[in-house]
Write a protein that binds this ligand. Structure first.
Ligand code: TXE
Length: 484
């Protein structure tokens, strides 16, 4: 399997350019140069994709679950066999270290297919017995044609996290990956063709969000949208889809708190906190950019965090020693830099990092930034309230458990939270009061695919993961049979 200079859409089982024949540039963030092109699709391509999906639906939705299981497992096998090609493509598109693409992104993409292929074989539905009178049973039927729209931070990982459960439950999909990171979705199209997935079951339309993405959301035959991305985009999608009653799953932004109590296991906490702060350059919705530390530990923690942050190696994402690669785009780099300037205006002190890395040769124009630690910012300021989504953390001390909880809950977001303490009662008390969809105690990013995944407040609506995803992609129908 190979990447190509000109990416194509995958519609009705075949690879094709956009109907308009137009292409967009695809940048390598490590060099700042265009290295390939993707179709600039519009509503005509979406129309073709929806029609193909509609034609494929009857056969796919009525196929035995075992047939779907076999095909999805085959796709997973092909991804696994081409792990390095996929991983190199992911790193080239996103700027993340190859070590991360090889150990996280691509293994997880194939695991998503395996997990949901298997899960659907175990998926049951309920019955409600009215003794002596009737039996109710619930049919769980696929919705039809559904849209899956994913972002650039974990490209294939999040795209397949949506596509796999949608397909496993018998839906046909029109998917759109981010225009910033299209290459692994293109490779996925090739894997689907190789696996023998019937034409139209999965269609991948590349292009811009407001054009191709919006056309998917607007299309009357698309019954549900599963979306991960920014909160403003989620609002736009909800505005379009809610009046026509499409089912929606929105996984949006976060500004997650990391609460560190003085009794924590310091070494484990430091390792976990460095990861939750800067993994993937902080471009993970689950990262914890607001760090609150119990006062007796604050100075020791601050000095150690700054030391370890300065030690992180930023550079060529293909090198084996890089901890952090490039940010995803010039626009995103400028957004992150603008927040660093704002932090100073808002009274913060940048303790380390925040400057663009001076690189030579081919990386001279890459979007590299040194990870930054800021202190001295109040909760209410924009730096602490808005999603920066970069290698930037803000640290502050707290005195009481109640204060820590108030700080943690003090934003519009509520995706995840982390708590570090050796006191099990406190861990449970705090977890119970945090406004978040996911709470990690003494760990970060430990993921069991069976668990519900999603946020509260402006971090979204709905849950992905395990049976939540299977339920989202099916419509329950109660059948009541009277007897006796
Ligand atoms: O995301 P967008 P962007 C946050 C992060 C980032 C900000 C903006 O703070 O800086 O969002 O990032 C498609 N109808 N997160 O602009 O625009 C788009 O093409 C349908 C958090 O890259 O939300 C892409 O495929 N689709 C986050 C996807 O939506 C539309 C991950 C996400 O893009 C559309 C990424 C429309 N009108 C960014 N407009 C997380 N929480 O994981 C855009 N898209």
């Amino acid at each position: 399997m190979t990447t190509d200079k000109y990416i194509k859409n995958y519609i009705d089982g075949a690879l094709a350019p956009a109907v308009s024949g137009q292409y967009l540039d695809n940048y390598n963030p490590a060099t700042g140069k265009v290295y390939s092109h993707l179709p600039d699709s519009d509503e005509n391509d979406v129309q073709r994709a929806v029609e193909a999906a509609g034609r494929a639906f009857r056969e796919w939705s009525t196929a035995e679950p075992r047939t779907r299981f076999r095909l999805l497992m085959r796709i997973a096998d092909i991804i696994e066999q081409n792990m390095e090609t996929f991983a190199r493509a992911e790193t080239m598109d996103s700027g993340k270290p190859l070590s991360m693409s090889m150990s996280v992104d691509i293994p997880r993409a194939q695991a998503n297919f395996r997990f949901f292929a298997t899960a659907v074989l175990q998926f049951g539905s309920e019955s409600h017995h009215m003794p002596g009178e009737a039996i109710n049973f619930t049919l769980r039927q696929p919705l039809g044609v559904v849209g899956c729209i994913s972002p650039w931070n974990l490209p294939l990982y999040l795209f397949t996290w949506k596509i796999a459960p949608a397909l496993a439950t018998g839906n046909c999909v029109v998917g759109k990956p981010s225009e910033l990171t299209p290459m692994t979705a293109y490779l996925l199209s090739k894997a689907c063709i190789e696996a023998g997935l019937p034409p139209g079951v999965l269609n991948i339309v590349h292009g811009l969000g407001p054009k191709a993405g919006q056309a998917i959301v607007e299309h009357p035959k698309v019954k549900a949208i599963s979306f991960t991305g920014g909160t403003a985009t989620g609002q736009q999608i909800a505005r379009t889809a809610a009046p026509v009653f499409k089912k929606l799953s929105l996984e949006l932004g976060g500004k997650n708190p990391n609460i560190i109590f003085a009794d924590c296991n310091f070494d484990e906490m430091m390792v976990g906190t460095l990861r939750s702060s800067f993994s993937n350059n902080g471009q993970i919705c689950l990262c914890g950019p607001r760090i609150y530390v119990e006062r007796p530990l604050y100075e020791k923690f601050r000095d150690e965090l700054v030391k370890r942050t300065q030690f992180l190696k930023v550079g060529d994402p293909f090198s084996t020693v890089a901890d952090l690669g490039a940010l995803v785009s010039k626009q995103h780099l400028e957004k992150v830099q603008s927040y660093l300037s704002l932090a100073e205006v808002e009274g913060g002190t940048i303790l380390c990092g925040g400057n663009r890395l001076e690189m030579q040769g081919e990386f001279e124009n890459g979007y590299f930034l040194r990870p930054a630690v800021i202190e001295g910012l109040p909760l209410e300021c924009r730096t602490n309230q808005e999603e920066i989504f970069g290698p930037v953390v803000s640290i502050a001390p707290f005195d009481t458990e109640a204060e820590a909880i108030a700080l943690a809950n003090g934003t519009q977001y509520g995706l995840s939270a982390t708590v570090w303490t050796q006191d099990i009662s406190r861990a449970n008390r705090v977890a119970e009061q945090l406004q978040a969809g996911i709470v990690w105690v003494n760990c970060w990013m430990v993921r069991d695919l069976r668990t519900p995944f999603g946020g509260v407040k402006n971090s979204g609506v709905g849950r992905e993961g395990g049976s939540e995803a299977l339920r989202f992609f099916t419509e329950p129908k109660n059948v009541c049979v009277k007897y006796g």
